[in-house]
Design a protein. Structure first.
Length: 277
């Protein structure tokens, strides 16, 4: 089942001409597995599906494991140890999703430190259903990137810090609107964060759950928040630069994106000229 879901995710990505995905997966706790989807089972399916996706579509998939912040500290540490023991071959990072309120990332600081010491990358869910204090807490706990982070807009000092340090926020506009984090697309804080110099990227969160695609997210920003083509291109390239990839691979991906974008610009300009003629 997990292999099939992974494969279909990659197939959907290929239809949108997505080249690279960092996918968050949340297996059962090794200490308290309430489903058969233990980390070993989950990883076997995800890795097999990703291999087929690369073979069939040329889409690169890598994975972060979500320890789920509302679990007991010992369960999260068990997930961290499992991650550290399986790092590589596409397993690149550790994440903490789930309910922010009452479950700060700092509660799992030891697990975060453990995976970082093992060479894994860390992005943490924060600043979605809790306020700026959740983002501060995640950064202090060791987050390199922040999932969501949109409530940061309520703290000018935090916004200034995010911009100065180049900390990437992985923003998912439709998810935020569907969950009531933002009252509408027009009222979404991504515009204000972007204009303040924060390194925002465009993301889809869970496409089937929220009825969206990554392509839809870009279109919505253009339609409702007046993001220009150049701003959307910058956001796309910013996501490449923030990818948890080796330097040479990231540079190669950025170069291929830049070349394709240049080609698309030429096509658009030629099309406009033909129309004018």
């Amino acid at each position: 089942d997990i292999e099939r879901v992974t494969y279909e995710l990659g197939e959907d990505a290929a239809r949108q001409r997505i080249r690279y995905l960092e996918v968050i997966m949340a297996p059962a706790s090794p200490l308290n597995p309430r489903t058969p989807a233990t980390p070993e089972v989950y990883w076997a399916g995800a890795r097999s599906g990703a291999t087929r996706v690369w073979r069939d579509f040329g889409v690169r998939m890598q994975f972060q494991v979500d320890g789920v912040r509302s679990r007991r500290a010992e369960d999260v540490m068990a997930v961290a140890r499992w991650c550290a023991g399986h790092a590589g071959d596409g397993l690149i990072g550790f994440n903490l999703g789930g309910t922010e309120l009452g479950h700060p990332a700092s509660r799992h600081a030891a697990a975060i430190a453990y995976v970082r010491d093992a060479g894994l990358r860390v992005s943490l869910h924060a600043g979605e259903t809790a306020g700026p204090e959740s983002v501060w807490d995640a950064l202090e706990a060791g987050a390199e990137r922040i999932d969501h982070g949109v409530t940061s807009v309520g703290d000018p000092r935090l916004v200034e810090h995010l911009a100065a340090e180049g900390i990437v926020l992985e923003v998912s506009p439709t998810s935020n609107v569907r969950l009531g984090v933002a009252q509408s697309y027009a009222a979404h804080p991504i515009r204000a964060l972007h204009d303040a110099g924060v390194a925002v990227t465009v993301n889809s969160d869970d496409p089937p759950m929220f009825g969206t695609t990554l392509t839809d997210e870009y279109l919505l920003l253009a339609e409702h928040l007046d993001f220009t083509l150049d701003e959307l291109i910058d956001a796309n390239l910013r996501a490449v630069r923030a990818a948890f990839l080796p330097d040479t691979e990231r540079a190669g991906l950025a170069a291929s994106f830049a070349a394709e974008i240049a080609g698309l610009r030429r096509e658009l300009l030629d099309g406009d000229a033909a129309t004018d003629g």
